[in-house]
Design a protein around this ligand. Sequence first.
Ligand code: ADQ
Length: 490
Amino acid sequence: MVETAESLSQLICSKIGDRPFVVVSNREPYIHVYRDERVEWVRPASGLTVALDALMQVSHGIWVAHGAGPADWDVCDAKGFVGVPPDQPTYRLKRVALSRQQEQNYYYGFSNSALWPLCHVAFRNPVFSLEHWQAYQEVNELFAERVAEEIGNRPAFVFIQDYHFALLPRLLRERCPQAKIAQFWHIPWPNPEVFRICPWKEAVLEGMLGSDILGFHIRYHCQNFMDTVDLELEARPDRELTAIVLRGHTTKIRAFPISIDFEDISRRAASADTEREIAVLRRKYRLRENWMLGLGVDRLDYTKGIPERLRALDLFFERYPEFQGRVVFVQVAVPSRTHLEEYARLKEQVERLVENLNWKYSCGAWRPVVYIAEHVDLPQLVALYRAARFAVVSSLHDGMNLVAKEFIASQVDSQGVLLLSQFTGASRELPDALLMNPYSPDEVAERIREALQMEPAEARRRMERMRERVRENNIFKWAGSILKKLSKIA
Ligand code: ADQ
């Protein structure tokens, strides 16, 4: 049975009943901003937010997140609460205020300069600073207080998102012993050799082991986590049950591959609006009808392998000049964490590579790369996904990668080809993609040629199989499986 928002709602009603349900994430599901002196709200477009929002709307729970929007505090009550969705509130968002200093050291510092590079094997040295670590502890404590204020000693369900809150499960368990806690780690877990350089590794692991369920995208990450605990802690990993017992408390380690709202994206892609949008985009970026489009969509992050992809594209045009004047690669890259030097450097590097490629190959009206360095709304994104003949996901390492799945959902004509890095979680589920090693420019260039020369029947066969897979394993299934597991904990 394909899970839907409705079946997820029914599941919640039956499993959660009237127990408090709390979701914790760094990023909030609704952000308040100023527009022309007025306060308005925006919703970050992410599949995760959509699924968890559906979950919250039926559970009438509380979502606790960092209040980072410029107008956030204008609309909250004294305890930081605001009813959401703002146009028709069904649950409450509890905003946690952080000082600039805390945000700097906890978010940009330990979360994104230490844990992010540590968990992604992308050959960037993690930065370990005591100041960052102290802020990380402080913010995790602050969130524990804010959640505990709401649930006290009642039996409740708490669902914690991501690497910003490694310490939170344990801190919460100490304060709320009756709560059932699940944590989902959205990024990879590295092997023990990599993780052991973290100066606060025991505290991080012990923190995570406060949860009842600890979820990763794929079994390989679960395995790495078990091996890491085995090496670093006096804990008992149970390989058979994939669980870890630490001081009498059991944490089940499970793989829950995240996904997207397939039906929504697929419906949008098949609509007449999308066809109109494709025509608008072709005009806007001067993309002729007879040019074949390649596509990359990423946050500008060094783990996504964007420079590697552009270098491979250079090699492709050099090696196969017959495609010059016929293929255009559209790279959509939304700036991310630009406050960090590493990311600012990457932005410059990508701009330089695009400029060089366009300088080297442009001819008449044709240029090899169209670079869109901004956030693109979902309707335009879906139009690009549908219009593309091939998409390239060349992450050096990626927990899952939702762009791959969004591309598949948008390929309603099943003509496109997905080139997918073998170092993404998604590659485990999608053997029908053209899998590749993004570190090898030769291999990526070959895959691009293969995609362009693939027989339409073969492309269709592959795409249809992938569409079936993503339709079935959608975001509602992901959320539902975690919830089912959590509700079974005694
Ligand atoms: P991310 O590293 O952000 O997520 P990804 O899974 O690819 O990576 O999701 C990116 C999302 O941002 C997609 O929904 C995409 O559409 C959107 N996006 C990217 N560029 C955009 C642009 N220019 N304009 C608008 N939207 C854009 C982390 C992990 C992943 C994991 C997810 C979910 O790193 O491995 O898949 O969490 O768990």
